[in-house]
Design a protein. Structure first.
Ligand code: NAD
Ligand code: ZN
Length: 353
C-alpha cells in the first residue's frame, strides 16, 4: 500500500568508494520486501560515527563496505509498507532502531537483543537514512507519538543511548559525574536531572559544551585540565566521591579520572568507546572499591525506546539545546567540519524535498 507515487530514483549521500569523503548521487529507491517499510526521510542527524566514515579512519576501513548510504539517526513518514506488515501504516511519522538483531542467537532469545551476536546496523553495515527514502524492517520501526516535538524524532537513537546508560542503575537521589558532554553526555545530564539525580558534575574540556551542560541541568561544570577538579568533587561529596559515573567520552584520561571520582561501592556505566585499549588500575579503580561496572551498548529493544518516549512526552525532557545547527543534506561537508571542530553538538540535516 502506498500514499503517493514513489519515484524510481532518489538523492542520496553516498560513501561511494573506500576513501575519505561522501558524495550526493542519484540512486534507485530501495525495493521493499513483504515485512519491510519504506520511509520518506524528513530529517537525519549526524553522529560521530558518520564522521569516522567520512574521514575513512582505521575503524571505518575495517568495518564499512562501500558503495553504500550512511546515516542511522532519522525520522520520516512511512511511504509504503510490505504485504505482511501489521501495525505500521502509510503516513505514520516514525523513527527506527537501526540495530537489526538476528532474532536467533542466545542473546536475542533471552531478552538481550541489544547485544545480538550478529547485529547489522543500518547506516553502517547496510544502507541508511542519508537519502530521500530508507528501507527498514517493520519490526524495527518506532512510531513517534504526536506529542513528541518533531525535531526530536531523529534523536531517539543517541538520546536512547543516554537513557540506557543513566537507567542501568539507581539514579534518584544520587550524585553523578558525567565525563564528556558531547550530545550523548548532554542528553544523560537531562535524563539524570529528570529522574531525580541529587547533584550532577559535568566534566568536559570544551567551554561551549560545558555551557550546554549547564542548560541541560548540570550543577557543577568542570574542566578536566583543572588540577583541582578531583579535590573539588571530593569536597562537594563530603569526601566520598560520586555515587554514579556516566562515562560518555571514551577518552582514557576521562575513564581513569571518572573511576578516581567514583565512591566505594559506586556504579560506573561506560558508553564512550575508546579508540584503542585503555590502561586502568583495576585494583584501585574497581576491585577494592567494590564498584559495579556496566558496559552499555545501544538501546534495549524496546524498553529504552518506551522510557525515552515517556521522558520527553511526560517529564518534559527538552532536547532542543543540544540541536545547534540545521543544514540541508547536500551541505554535509559543512556539517562534518562543524562537528570535528567541536563547534556543533547535534546537527540536523533536512532531507525532505
Ligand atoms: P562526542 O565525541 O561528541 O563527545 C565526547 C566528548 O568528550 C567531547 O565533547 C569531548 O570534548 C569530551 N572529552 C574529551 N576528553 C575528555 C576528558 N578528558 N574528560 C572529559 N571529557 C572529555 O561523542 P558522543 O556522540 O556524545 O558520544 C559519546 C561517546 O559514546 C563516544 O565515545 C561514542 O563513540 C560513544 N558511543 C557509544 C555507543 C554505544 O552503544 N556504546 C553509541 C554511540 C556512541
Ligand atoms: Zn541475535
Amino acid at each position: 500500500m502506498t500514499l503517493q507515487p514513489i519515484p524510481k530514483t532518489m538523492r542520496a549521500l553516498m560513501k561511494p568508494t573506500a576513501a575519505p569523503g561522501m558524495e550526493m548521487r542519484e540512486v534507485p529507491v530501495p525495493h521493499i520486501g513483504a515485512t519491510d517499510v519504506l520511509v520518506a526521510v524528513d530529517t537525519a542527524s549526524v553522529c560521530g560515527t558518520d564522521l569516522h566514515i567520512f574521514h575513512w579512519d582505521e575503524w571505518a576501513q575495517a568495518r564499512i563496505k562501500p558503495p553504500y548510504i550512511p546515516g542511522h539517526e532519522f525520522c520520516g513518514t512511512v511511504a509504503a509498507v510490505g504485504n505482511l506488515v501489521q501495525g505500521v501504516s502509510v503516513g505514520d511519522f516514525v523513527s527506527a532502531e537501526m540495530h537489526v538483531a538476528c532474532g536467533h542467537c542466545l542473546q536475542c532469545r533471552s531478552g538481550q537483543a541489544h547485544v545480538c551476536q550478529f547485529v547489522k546496523i543500518l547506516g553502517v553495515d547496510a544502507d541508511g537514512a542519508f537519502a530521500n527514502y530508507v528501507r527498514i524492517p517493520a519490526s524495527n520501526i518506532w512510531k513517534l507519538d504526536p506529542a513528541i516535538p518533531r525535531d526530536f524524532g531523529s534523536l531517539f537513537d543517541p538520546f536512547g543511548n543516554a537513557v540506557h546508560t543513566v537507567l542501568s542503575g539507581p539514579i534518584a537521589g544520587q550524585t553523578v559525574a558525567v565525563t564528556g558532554c558531547g550530545p550523548i553526555g548532554l542528553f544523560s545530564i537531562a535524563v539524570a536531572r529528570a529522574c531525580g539525580a541529587a547533584r550532577i558534575f559535568a566534566i568536559e574540556p570544551n567551554a561551549t559544551r560545558r555551557d550546554l551542560a549547564k542548560q541541560l541541568g548540570a550543577d557543577v561544570l568542570l574542566n578536566p585540565s583543572n588540577a583541582n577538579l578531583e579535590q573539588q568533587v571530593m569536597d562537594a561529596t563530603h569526601g566520598n566521591g560520586v555515587d554514579v559515573l556516566l562515562e560518555m567520552s571514551g577518552h582514557p584520561s576521562a575513564i581513569r579520572q571518572g573511576f578516581r571520582l567514583l565512591r566505594m561501592g559506586g556504579r560506573a556505566s561506560l558508553l564512550g568507546i575508546p579508540s584503542r585499549p585503555v590502561e586502568l588500575d583495576l585494583a584501585n579503580a574497581l576491585i577494592f572499591k567494590g564498584a559495579t561496572v556496566h558496559g552499555i551498548n545501544g538501546r534495549k529493544m524496546y524498553e529504552t525506546w518506551y522510557q525515552a518516549e515517556a521522558l520527553i512526552r511526560d517529564r518534559g525532557v527538552d532536547l532542543s539545546p543540544v540541536i545547534t545547527h540545521r543544514l540541508p543534506l547536500d551541505r554535509f561537508d559543512e556539517a562534518m567540519h562543524l562537528l570535528e571542530n567541536g563547534e556543533a553538538s547535534k546537527i540536523l540535516l533536512t532531507v525532505r524535498q
